[in-house]
Design a protein around this ligand. Structure first.
Ligand SMILES: [Zn+2]
Length: 336
């Protein structure tokens, strides 16, 4: 039985997140109304009432505003629970406790998705630094062995922060881990991953990403989807590999390009998220040049030491300044 829609179709909603949530809520209302018609349980009636109230708030322009402080409710909270009526500061103790448990579980799941921190395989040595802004991160960082002992490495940044972004990060991880064993050419891998990711995200969600493939003999192939540049740092030179593609998750039929180069012994390929390059102290960004200088000063050291030196350089630059974004930095070297 299709439920009668309780709200008029004409509405002034323009926020894409609110539009997407309204569609979700309308669908949930139909499912609930059908269940309530079969079994008039009080929990169905209570939820139906809550959904109707949320739809009324959407139509009346009061949706996503905390009923206590009238401040904006965080987007990730609305995505996690579109019925929520209070901002994080004004949830009741029971809701706060449940939320904290959920967050800790999400953090545990996310930590298990990360690769080994000091990774050695045929011809390559990799290390990384991964620091969430909060309990969970929207940065994506992974290392996967593909067919013919080729190492695939990914560093990405999902739009937004917190739980919603971390769920998309987990989605990216699952997509790449499922596709890499197929042994597709790198560009096709990105195009397929983009199609699947686009089909599973809301219109407001996307991710920037670099996916690379390391072949034994020192050859690397990189494909970037709108991500901040990768840096190839030798003792006295820095080569910047820019992105020519859009982020993934925007258009299903998007095309990508890749570039190939050989990494010399001792040189490092450095991938990072903008939480590193755009880390800010007063009105000064940390920037690509400081990253490259920190890596160049570590020439001759193995990736774990290069990463540690980069992190300590960033920390001394930041001093007491606040961090506003998740941070990821990966260093890849040809092993001796
Ligand atoms: Zn509030």
């Amino acid at each position: 039985m299709a439920a009668k829609n309780p709200v008029p179709n004409l509405s002034p909603i323009v926020d894409p997140l609110h539009l997407a949530l309204r569609n979700q809520l309308r669908y949930r209302r139909e499912v609930l109304a059908e269940a309530a018609a079969r079994t008039p349980e009080s929990q169905f009636m209570h939820l139906l009432h809550e959904v109707d109230a949320a739809l009324d708030r959407l139509e009346g322009g009061l949706y996503g505003i905390c009923e206590l402080c009238h401040d904006t409710v965080e987007d990730h909270q609305l995505l996690a629970d579109p019925l929520v009526r209070f901002c994080l500061d004004h949830l009741g103790p029971a809701e706060q406790g449940a939320l904290e448990k959920d967050l800790e579980l999400a953090a545990q799941i996310q930590r298990r998705l990360l690769p080994k921190c000091d990774w050695r395989c045929d011809g390559w040595h990799v290390a990384y630094h991964y620091k969430p802004l909060g309990i969970v991160s929207g940065d994506y960082c992974d290392l996967v062995m593909g067919a013919d002992d080729q190492l695939y490495f990914m560093v990405g940044d999902v739009a937004g922060k917190g739980v919603a972004a971390s769920m998309l990060m987990a989605n990216l991880s699952a997509i790449f881990r499922a596709l890499i064993p197929l042994g597709l050419p790198l560009i096709e891998l990105m195009e397929r991953a983009n199609r699947i990711f686009t089909g599973s995200t809301l219109p407001t969600q996307f991710a920037t990403l670099i996916c690379g493939r390391a072949v034994s003999g020192g050859v690397l192939e990189l494909c970037s989807a709108g991500h901040v540049p990768a840096l190839v740092v030798t003792r006295d030179k820095v080569h910047q590999v820019d992105s020519h593609g859009l982020p993934i998750g925007l258009f299903a039929e998007q095309k990508f390009r890749s570039s190939r180069f050989e990494l010399e012994q001792g040189s490092s390929l450095v991938l990072f998220s903008d939480g590193i390059s755009e880390a800010r102290r007063e009105d000064d960004d940390y920037g690509y040049e400081r990253i490259a200088e920190a890596v160049a000063r570590s020439f001759g050291l193995a990736p774990p030491s290069v990463v540690a030196n980069c992190v300590s350089d960033l920390e001394s630059f930041m001093g007491d300044a606040r961090i506003y974004d998740d941070q990821t930095l990966m260093v890849i070297q040809k092993s001796i």
